[in-house]
Design a protein around this ligand. Sequence first.
Ligand code: ADP
Length: 229
Amino acid sequence: MSNSHILELENVMKIYKTGDIVFEALRGVSLVVESGQWVAIQGPSGSGKSTLLNLIGCLDRPTSGRILIEGVDVSKINDNKLAEIRGGKIGFIFQMYNLIPSLTVVENILLPTSFIKKLRKTDVKQRTEEIMKRLGISHLKDRFPSKLSGGETQRVTIARALINEPSLILADEPTGNLDTSTGSEIAKLFKDIHEQGETIILVTHDNEFARKAEKIYVLRDGELKTQGR
Ligand code: ADP
C-alpha cells in the first residue's frame, strides 16, 4: 500500500438487522482517499451516506470488507483502539457532534485534546490561538454556544475538528442549517483548510459546495460511483 493513502475502503458492506428485516445499507463500497485530497459524497436521503461516514469515523464497524486508516485495518480492532484512532486521527464536523452548551468556545475547542495524553499544554495553547485566529473567532473565545450565530457555531466546530491535527476531516452537511451567504463563507473556509493541506471527506446536498472538492462520488442504494469530472 502506498503511504499517501490516508484511507482505503475495500468492498465494505453494512447490513442492518431489525427483527426479521435485513437491510443492506452499503453494498460493497470501495474508495481510496489520498493525503491532502478533498472528496465530496452526494446522494439522496437514505442512500447510506451517514452509514458510510460512521464507518470511516470509527463510530461503527462494517459487516464485511476492510477499512484502512493510514494502513491500519480498523474493521477488526477492539473498542479501545478504535476510540484512540477516532480521537487522534479523525476530526468531526458532524451535526450530532454539537458543541457542549456549558463550556465556552475555547473549552469546546480544547475538548478533543483531553483524549490525547502526549500533547504539551503550551503547544496546545499556542495551537488553539492559531486556529481561532485562522477561523476568525479569537474574539469569541469566552462566549457560550447559545450566544453564537449559526456561522460562528460552525467555525467553532471546525476549530474543534482541527485541534488534534487529524489525518482526516469528516464533515456531514456542514452548511445544512445555514443561510446561503453564511453557507458560502463556510464553503470558502473549507477551501482554505484544504489548501493548507487537510484531507477532507464532505457529505453535502449543495452542488456548488461539492464542486469545490477535487472528486465527487455519488451514493445510490448503498453503491458508490464516481461522478465523471
Ligand atoms: P443517508 O445518510 O444517505 O440518509 P443512512 O446511512 O442514514 O442514509 O441510511 C441508509 C439506510 O439504512 C436507510 O434506509 C436507513 O433507514 C437504514 N439505517 C440506518 N441506520 C440504521 C440502523 N441503525 N438500523 C436499521 N436501519 C438503519
